[in-house]
Design a protein around this ligand. Sequence first.
Ligand code: AGP
Length: 592
Amino acid sequence: MCGIVGYTGSNPALIVLLEGLERLEYRGYDSAGVALIENGKLHVDKKVGKIRELVKSLWGKDLKATAGIGHTRWATHGEVCELNAHPHTDGEGNFAVVHNGIIENYRELREELERTGIDYRSKTDTEAIVHLIALNYRGDLLEAVINTLKRLRGAYAFAVITTKEPNRIIAVRYGSPLVVGIGKGENFLASDIPALLPFTRDVIPLKDGEVVDLRPDGVFIYDFGGNMLTKEVMHVPWDIISAEKGGFKHFMLKEIFEQPRTLGDTIRGYISRDLNLPFSLKDFRRILIVACGTSYHAGLLGKYWIEKYVRAPVEVAYASEVRYSDMPVGEGDLVLAISQSGETADTRFSSLALKEKGATLLSVVNVMGSALDRESDYTLYTHAGPEIGVAATKTFTAQLAVLYALAVSEAEEKYARMEELLKVPHLVEEVLSRSEVMRGIALRHANNRDFLYLGRYLSYPVALEGALKLKEISYIHAEGYPAGEMKHGPIALIDEKMPTVAIVPKDRVYEKMLSNIEEVLARRGKVIGVGFEGDENLKGLCGDFIGVPEVEEDLTPFLTIIPLQLFAYYIADYLGLDVDQPRNLAKTVTVE
Ligand code: AGP
């Protein structure tokens, strides 16, 4: 949902901005741009396409500016073109703004500004911000920004520079993420922490309603009323290596192969420290899980485990649906919000609305210091490290580990359960050692245009997640479905051109799944089976088969999802697609 960077110091700003933008490219990549204060004048460069297009256009330009801002765009208002790309400038060319999020009253502002004779150039909601700041400027950029904020409605983050105060950047957070990086004689700004890691590990994640005044020799943070705030600097434990590709062709592949380690880190974290929650899940009348996308699929699995071990009623809702529903939620309810980024607007805003109604808010997040982390009553972290590939992989299995640890935390057999969970990282490693088998299967099916993914009970969310992975990165239509529901409709789709991926571990619904596979075969459908190694019965039914080590029922999703992640990856790579940055998507969705 757009990435913002900023730098002010004594080094060439452009180098910092481009490096930061490359790390933020996963947030949006339809156009990119920078604005620098070069010899007292604003220098703006923007290009449609990825950051490399911008880099090419800057090639050979000897820009020495030591302050600037940059942007990578995921279009919301206005088509993808250079005019709509950021930074946006005022008519005089004295101010430049980069923005992430949405200004909801942009139409009204535009009409008003045009009535005063301002010549609008773009179709964006952003342009209003820069014109308002220029109009409000009376010699102090901070004051101009604070006065402008009174006119803006929506959820946003933006940064502004001006030729009139060349070393100063003012930036604002209100609903979209923004982090300040602290250096020596230089300071930084970015939409997320990994973009700052090449330069500093000392950061201040801004909260909604905060404005930062960034100068080379200091960082000053204010509320929207202009009152100065005291903030703590956080030292980030991640290092730059964990945000690099490490010899893999894509981040996604690296992240898939990291799962034995990330699962181990997450599980051991909870074994050594316990969950430290000052309540029992049994104290709540109801547990409501809210999440989006992959995190929602993790939530569906969490429901099964919590119901089994806590015996409490659990509902799972899409965050975007729950926010505007009349669901009766209040005191006595626990809202369990799941989000890798901790910045997803749907998840944050729905959770906050439910918290306001009196519910307790517990969240599972990967990014420490993210908005959801700070806004929750309690947080459980997944220790998966930065995930750069837009398609979530290692954070999904880390979420499963946290949810499982949470579900069994009050069970009598807690220690036995956690011991079983501890075996998972090694078993995942075994599955990964068969990646070449999965590659072969993927290549045989890479030219199909439709897939059905079937599973029952714990394998149903796995089917949904497998289908989502394929859709996201290969642009192939894939439907995840509960296998028992197939006969109520989707069975009509089955023919020799629509392969079925069936997830069939030996669990309580194994026999039922075999019958569902027979139903597919009877309609000339091809079946790719994922089951336990050595399951000759299943293997005999499936045209293609991949085995995972035998594991107890509860833990099957940790293993069966791995071949499906690989399947999607190998197909997308074979098709020559941009695996890490699939079209139309963004890693962190900070708009509703
Ligand atoms: C996952 O592959 C997707 N890119 C997407 O569905 C994602 O899971 C969703 O946007 C939620 O993100 P979050 O976990 O950061 O809240």
